[in-house]
Design a protein around this ligand. Sequence first.
Ligand code: ACO
Length: 425
Amino acid sequence: MKSAKLIFDGKEYELPVAAGSENEVGIDITKLRSTSGAITLDNGYANTGSCTSSITFIDGEKGILRYRGYPIEELAEKSSFIEVCFLLIFGHLPSKNELENFEHDLTHHSLIHEDMKKFFEGFPPSAHPMTVLSSMVNSLSAYYPESEFEENQYLNIIRLLAKLKTIASFSYKKSIGQSYVYPQNHLKYCADILNMMFAVPSAPYKVSKVLEDALDLLLILHADHEQNCSTSTVRMVGSSEANLFASIAAGINALSGPLHGGANQKVIQMLQMIKDNGGNYKKFVNMAKDKESKFKLMGFGHRVYKNFDPRANILKASADKVLGELGISHDPLLEIAKNLEEVALKDDFFIERKLYPNVDFYSGIIYRAMEIPTNMFTVMFALGRLPGWIAQWVEMKEAHGARIYRPRQIYMGETQRPYVPIEKR
Ligand code: ACO
């Protein structure tokens, strides 16, 4: 096994080196503080491996993303979201029998407790659906307390996967003041989501195959992305042995931020703003380059991808296809997005900083064409990311030598000083 040497304060320390199955290397500093007294400092954890994992592999330089070894491009073309859920959580592609049982279980746990409907009623109509989603997921632990038995863990995983789509759709219905549409056992997972979102009691609704396939693809592409902000949050909360629902609710909250999952909503709002300002996209590229403006091109840049985001490439091609199939011959926002991308990719500011469109840049265009409202975009992201969060939570729980997550800090505040009575301040 390789090792690394650190010379600090005149002393030499030998640090073991961990090598991953794709030849990634990590200097293991587990014993650094106890032997040297020093810790490492890594703002934003950009150089810190918080765990070893066998779920998702990303090579950001080469634009590679694989779930359990399978390339995202192949899964996007050949698999289904439910198969990907199984793959991520259980580590292998399901047999026909396993898939049937899994689908059966997911179908038969999709109803939520009737009392939970009262919670929806308590929110103001203006509540963001992400706020409602995380609150409702949190409250699931009140209905399904956890026990140490393995079958209960399986059952809670199924419950969460099955009910999140119902909760997400109900939160949408609540926001537009329509009656809730219950899950239907005869519908597949994605078709059921669309039915619950768009059906109304007064008219028949037939789920379009184009929309169902588009949603399936979007969910597959969002299903996992190793140790990002929300996934690390799920692991962090779960490391205290908080239950599955509490851990996932925390992940949903982390996802809601505009620098993370909330970016898909911001991208559409930005494109709309550019359109409303006469479509002068070059002006906004210049604004993004001016640090004083505080304006960022939403949907651009990524902590890990420094060449291209493979998910964005798949979605760019899919956007043209889906819009074509839906008979949308011209979408001014898609046009602005493409122009923006073209200008930015030729600009030295973006080239030097390796800023490329990320998954959120094109996903919003497709959601919009599907008539999914903008404030639901991040909820759709959460539906997609759920199996990844669950897989990572299970892996964290079952890891050999699992410990509570507890980073350190370098304190920069005041040193000890005496208390000053109020009359002397
Ligand atoms: N527009 C303009 N400039 C940018 C952008 C952007 N979208 N993103 C990064 N930069 C600049 C930074 O200002 C910085 O410039 P500097 O070196 O001159 O200071 C440089 O590029 C590096 O950027 P960082 O912010 O250090 O990169 P970091 O890895 O910390 O952040 C992030 C990555 C959060 C994705 C960032 O690129 C961003 O804010 N993008 C816009 C929001 C977005 O699309 N988020 C979704 C990410 S994907 C996801 O979570 C699903």
